[in-house]
Design a protein around this ligand. Structure first.
Ligand SMILES: Cc1ncc(COP(=O)(O)O)c(C=O)c1O
Length: 224
């Protein structure tokens, strides 16, 4: 008897984690490997972060918090968004999670009904289509090749939108390509979305601070 749900059986294994595992196995055998798979820093967690975590445990900061995160944390996130990104949010608009993967998955599960389409420019981070499939949605892949610097154009977005489109996932700076959308390019995408109010933008900006092309730009600045 196979007790595992169809939902889980339909998912593909993360190619990134397969590669990472392979690299760990080869390293264990003494092979000199440069692991370019998982997006993990090659330095240890800074001491002040380690100390703060230990101090929190020592101070018994170990009980349930509000589901959306403590008010102090949500206020600190609002301060960061205002200071670094010029974006104004209030703590009640912030939901904390255990990382970007959970945040994106939560957003998809909260938005996508069976049969809803989610537009994903390719190359994409491997988990996006799997999350959409888990929500019984349909990933709609838009090819953005090297000739367009791996970025989806406004025309491509417009052409991919249907009545069933629920969201588009934008990842800038991008995993896996490193491409970064400029403010102008994001504005062009936002202008298309403004014409299609039923389509949400899910913006994965996890690599905001690993960018070498100047100031980080978020599509959230074009909210309306
Ligand atoms: C584009 C992108 N989004 C999200 C994640 C997952 O982030 P987290 O480890 O915070 O869950 C990764 C990790 O590889 C990623 O590359």
């Amino acid at each position: 008897m196979n007790g595992i749900s169809n939902r889980v059986m339909a998912l593909s294994e993360s190619a990134t984690l397969v590669m990472s595992q392979k690299s760990a196995e080869l390293k264990a055998k003494g092979v000199d490997v440069i692991n370019l798979s998982v997006g993990e820093p090659d330095f240890a967690t800074p001491n002040h972060i380690k100390e703060a975590a230990k101090e929190a445990i020592d101070n018994n900061f170990t009980f349930y918090t509000p589901a959306s995160g403590t008010l102090d944390l949500r206020k600190a996130i609002c301060t960061k968004l205002e200071r670094e990104n010029g974006l104004t949010y209030t703590p009640d608009q912030i939901v904390c999670s255990n990382g970007a993967k959970q945040s994106i998955c939560n957003a998809i599960l909260a938005l996508v009904n069976k049969g809803d389409e989610v537009i994903e420019p390719a190359p994409y981070w491997v988990s996006y289509p799997e999350m959409v499939k888990m929500a019984e949605g349909v990933p709609v892949i838009v090819n953005a090749g090297i000739e367009q610097d791996f970025k989806m154009t406004a025309q491509q977005l417009e052409a991919a939108i249907t009545e069933k489109t629920k969201a588009v996932i934008i990842c800038s700076p991008s995993n896996p390509t490193g491409s970064v959308y400029s403010q102008t390019e994001l504005k062009e995408l936002a202008d298309v979305l403004a014409k299609h109010k039923h389509v949400y933008a899910i913006s994965d900006e996890i690599y905001e601070h690993i960018s070498y092309v100047g100031k980080h730009e978020s599509i959230a600045q074009f909210e309306e």
